[in-house]
Design a protein around this ligand. Sequence first.
Ligand SMILES: [Zn+2]
Length: 172
Amino acid sequence: MTLEEARFRSLGHLARLEPSFQARARRWYDLMIGTPLLIYCSLRTPEEQDALYAQGRVAGHSGAKVTNAKGTPVMQSLHGYGKAYDWCPLKEEKGGWATAWENVSAYKRGQKIALELSIRHLTWELPHLEDGLVSGWRECVMGGATDGDLMHRDNRPEKIHRKKKFFVEKSK
Ligand SMILES: [Zn+2]
């Protein structure tokens, strides 16, 4: 790919991010000048997240596990809320530019600049950056959910138990 193509794709992904996070991500992208890079993932649909989750877990989906986050019944990745993106450094190769996943120093630079913008990185997933102003996906779910939604969205065992008890008491 050319650097122009990488820029076009990167800006396209930035445009899909949630507006308040997008402003900081754009600033990050501008400050990363001098480090050729590609933003290759941003907003994901629940179906896309489920497909990723299936990788390495379900027969027919080959390769290693890539994520612990499910897309349904509740989106467990900040990607689903437009509050995360994945990027990789690029290196010059045979007249074009190729991904340089091994360029740890570039990732370190990206993390340092990200921190100044309240953008969080993960220690176990170098390409991933996410909104440091939210605690995690649960906060995003709670933010936009009604009580009815929470009935099936929040399916932690202790919650289900409590809700069942509540309905038993009510029906007496
Ligand atoms: Zn990611």
